[in-house]
Each structure stands twice: as C-alpha cells, then as structure tokens.
Design a protein around this ligand. Structure first.
Ligand SMILES: C[S@@+](CC[C@H](N)C(=O)[O-])C[C@H]1O[C@@H](n2cnc3c(N)ncnc32)[C@H](O)[C@@H]1O
Length: 271
C-alpha cells in the first residue's frame, strides 16, 4: 500500500506534465492508442441509448475533458473528476473554448474520496482508458459507484489486460501503443511526449475482472481491444489498407473473450 501511494505520485506527475499537450499528442502519436480511444467513444454512444433518464453523467479520471464533452451532448449535467489539478484546469480551459455550460470539473481522488453525489442520483458513469486499473481495491471502488448509480443506469469500465498478446510477447520493437505493462504487471510504462513514466497499475485477466464485477453489477458486454494493432510498430500503420485490415480484425476479435488479446478490457455494466 505504501509503495502504491508513492508510485501514485508518479501518476500525478505524468498527469501534470501531460495536461497541456494531451489532446494533441495521445490520439495521434500511437496508432493503437488512437483506435482504442475511438473504440471507447463508439461504446459510449451505443451505451447511452439504453439509459432510461439522461440527467447526470460522471467521468472518473476525466483528464482534459475529452469524454465529458462527448457526454455533454446527451446529459443535462456532466461532472468530471480527476486527481490532478492541472488536468482539471485544462478541462476548464477546454470547456470555455467549447462554450459548454453543462460540464463541471473537480479535483478529487476517486480511489480515496467518497464520490460527491447522493445515493442513486447518477444515470451514467464513464471510468475509461484503463481507469479501473488505477485503483488498488476494486471492491471499495465498485461499491461507491454502485451507491451513486440509479437503477437502470450504466457504467463503462476499462482495465489493463494482463493476458493481452502485447503483454505476453518479447518484442524487438516499440509497439504503436503509448502504455504497456511492465513484466512485473504492477507498473505501467507510459510514453508521453518523448518521456517515459512508470505508474502503478492493477492488471487483470478477463476471467478475474468478470468475477469481481459480477459481485456488484450485471454485465451487459465485455470485450478487449485492440489485439492485433497493439503488437506492431508505428511504421506498420503508414499504409491505409494495413490500418483498415488490422482494425477490421481487431473489431472481429474484440468480443472473443476466450482469446482476449487486446491490452484494454472494456466492460459495460449496470444495476
Ligand atoms: C488515461 S487518462 C484518461 C483521461 C480521459 N478520461 C480520457 O479518456 O481522455 C486517466 C486520467 O485519470 C486520472 N486519474 C488516475 N487515477 C485517478 C484517481 N485515483 N482519481 C482521480 N483521477 C485519477 C489521471 O490524472 C488522468 O487524467
């Protein structure tokens, strides 16, 4: 636990360093990371169709506000929570640029602090881009999310997959993905803007996280992404046809949870 708290400081340093350039760099510098971000966004749009009311949405680990702004098109109010004040400040700048009035960004550690919402008051929660793996004790985290979620509401979780193909291979090249588990599976190596950061992470197999989630929620869908595109180097994707063929294969493989080759596990759950 002590080690977790120390390493968590390095995650805060990464967020502080990344806040102002995050939007330009993340999606564009590594092909597999970019297609994963779009995969999650498609899942958000698809999941919202199933929610009975669209009053309040919450983003846990909201960063620069990317997914909060997507949700702002659907919900009356969107709250974005992030433990890095630099991320909150950047999200507020981005909100002003977009002229949005229904997003609120707050600095809060969602692993440590209670969520600032009443019981059964939130329609939708997004905890994506690996956020589920940035929490040491998932049971406490899930319980708090369950407390604030309305019946019929949905949550999208994303976790790092210990069984991903890219995490099981010894590669002689840098794959086109910005974050990769280290061999001890307890830290994540993140490349950002030419710098390397080691941040604490709890990686799961699909089987492990499915069993943990089922203690608290009903699972609507679970997938891993992107199995194939996360293995090859960035130059591999310079050819558009190669990019499209790999994407097609990755979309076909996403729901195959026996194979479960993608570096991210994405679960859509509800109560
Ligand atoms: C990979 S970024 C994702 C940001 C955004 N959701 C997106 O998809 O662009 C993860 C974010 O979670 C935040 N974060 C990590 N652990 C957190 C915690 N315990 N409480 C609040 N925020 C956290 C980080 O500061 C970072 O901004």
């Amino acid at each position: 636990m002590e080690n977790w708290l120390q390493l968590k400081e390095s995650h805060k340093s990464l967020s502080a360093a990344a806040a102002s350039t995050y939007d330009d760099i993340y999606e564009n510098s590594n092909h597999a990371t970019g297609i994963y971000m779009r995969y999650e966004e498609d899942l958000i749009h698809a999941s919202i169709d199933h929610i009975p009311e669209k009053k309040v949405a919450v983003v846990l680990g909201s960063g620069t506000g990317r997914d909060s702004f997507t949700l702002a098109g659907y919900f009356e109010k969107v709250f974005g929570l992030d433990f890095a004040p630099e991320m909150t400040a950047q999200a507020q700048i981005n909100q002003k640029k977009r002229g949005l009035k229904n997003t609120v960004f707050m600095t809060l550690d969602v692993e440590q602090d209670p969520l600032p919402f009443a019981d059964q008051s939130v329609d939708f929660i997004n905890s994506s881009f690996g956020m589920g793996s940035f929490v040491l004790n998932p049971a406490n985290f899930f319980l708090e999310i369950k407390r604030v979620l309305k019946p019929g509401g949905r949550v999208i979780f994303s976790f790092y997959n210990s069984q991903a193909f890219v995490n099981q291979l010894e590669l002689g090249w840098a794959p086109a993905i910005s974050s990769r588990l280290n061999h001890n599976e307890e830290t994540l190596e993140v490349q950002f803007g030419g710098q390397n950061f080691q941040i604490p992470v709890v990686a799961y197999s699909v089987k492990e996280i499915k069993a943990e989630l089922e203690r608290f929620f009903g699972i609507h869908a679970i997938s891993t992404f992107p199995s194939l595109s996360s293995i090859f180097p960035q130059q591999f994707f310079e050819n558009e046809r190669v990019r499209n063929l790999c994407l097609e294969a990755d979309l076909l493989l996403a729901d195959n949870i026996e194979l479960a080759g993608g570096p991210f596990i994405v679960a859509v759950v509800g109560i």
